[in-house]
Design a protein around this ligand. Structure first.
Ligand SMILES: Cc1ncc(C[n+]2csc(CCOP(=O)(O)OP(=O)(O)O)c2C)c(N)n1
Length: 361
């Protein structure tokens, strides 16, 4: 088992592809068919293009505060690829590539960051929960979904994401502790991107790895190169098998890096070294995956250019659709928490409407 070979206490990190895209553990290379590999690469490129566009739109006042994903594409895509369509994905706010794989339309993603709650209304059958901005708040929910799925014998696995900063929240501990006790079918991915806004990973815990925290909760953990799509895929595949067999949760630490700012309100140059950024740019998961695809004969320069062009065209179309979407109404801010609006919320809504009318006068 990978979790035994890569026991996090040993400090070893699972890697299938090295920085240059060379396969370093051929016996672990997953047997993904060519179509799936090509779709994966296209998804990474699309994620990168949508992400860049969102940042530009924020600067132009067309979209609200936005958290860049650049550099973290493999960390959410690999796990999403290793789950079934029916399995749940409980994301935080920096998992665009995984969302696209799971079938969340680009329109929804853009609408959400444009401040339109309709963006969180995913199509039926897309088992993905809405973004969770309060740090770590999604994790107890992920455990609840997994617990319910086990009780109903649905055989569904719940893949959740959080950041390294989230591991310092009480909800992280509460969620993982419960998951361990009740052996729920959870896969917890920590995207350790080395920073929680300006707080470095070294300030989150004195433990050498985040993966080893699994030990205290009584389940397996593994440290994985988060910029290696194939390593993230196989680690999650093993975790999903374990969960489906009723053998409980797994914690995966995806060792990665946020190449962009924390959000569009942040300037990372104020707290991190230029040199650190330069080193991580060399480990870009897209560059690595492209080298792998080229070596396998699945991609060449002209094919790559076509993929980027297709992604740009799809993004422009998505933006057009999002900007043409009806603007949110006052009610939208109130109507999505409950199936039926409780009287207390109705009162608040009416009060706000009156206040706004007052302001107009
Ligand atoms: C409960 C809570 N406290 C503070 C914040 C403000 N905040 C937003 S993101 C963030 C840092 C999160 O860091 P991490 O979990 O490492 O995820 P990353 O942003 O690096 O992906 C903070 C403090 C928040 N959204 N929720």
């Amino acid at each position: 088992m990978l979790t035994d070979e890569y026991d996090p206490h040993g400090g070893r990190m699972l890697q299938v592809l090295d920085q240059s895209g060379q396969v370093v553990r051929p016996e672990l290379e997953p047997k993904l068919d060519n179509a799936k590999l090509q779709r994966a690469y296209r998804t990474m490129v699309l994620s990168r293009v949508v992400d860049e566009k969102a940042i530009i739109m924020q600067r132009q006042g067309r979209l609200g505060a936005y958290p860049p994903n650049r550099g973290q594409e493999a960390a959410s895509l690999g796990p999403a690829m290793a789950t079934e369509t029916d399995d749940w994905m409980v994301w935080a706010f920096r998992e665009l590539a995984g969302l696209l794989w799971k079938g969340v339309p680009m329109l929804n993603y853009l609408l959400y960051w444009m401040g339109n709650e309709e963006g969180s209304r995913y199509p039926e059958g897309v088992n993905v929960t809405p973004a969770a901005i309060p740090v770590a708040s999604q994790l107890p929910i992920a455990v609840g979904i997994a617990y319910a799925s086990a009780l109903r014998r649905e055989g569904k696995v719940v893949l959740s994401f959080c950041g390294d900063g989230a591991t310092s929240e009480g909800e992280f501990h509460e969620a993982l502790n419960n998951a361990g006790v009740f052996r729920t079918p959870n896969i917890f991915v920590i995207q350790n991107n080395q920073w929680a806004i300006s707080v470095p990973r070294s300030r989150q815990t004195a433990a050498p790895t985040l993966a080893q925290k699994a030990c205290a909760y009584g389940f397996k953990g593994i440290l994985v190169d988060g910029n290696d799509l194939l390593a993230m895929y196989i680690a999650t595949q093993e975790a999903a098998e374990r969960a489906r067999k009723g053998e409980g949760p797994t914690l995966i630490e995806a060792y990665t890096y946020r190449l962009g700012n924390h959000t569009t309100s942040d300037d990372a140059r104020k707290y991190r070294e230029e040199q650190e950024l330069r080193e991580w740019e060399l480990r870009d998961p897209l560059v690595r995956m492209k080298a792998y695809m080229v070596a396998k004969g699945l991609l060449d320069e002209s094919g790559d250019e076509a993929i980027w062009n297709e992604a740009r065209a799809a993004t422009e179309k998505g933006v057009e659709e999002a900007e043409g979407f009806p603007a949110p109404t006052l009610e939208d801010a109130f109507k999505f928490t409950y199936a039926e609006m409780p009287p207390s919320l109705r009162t608040e809504m009416e009060r706000l409407r009156d206040d706004l009318k007052e302001g107009e006068r």
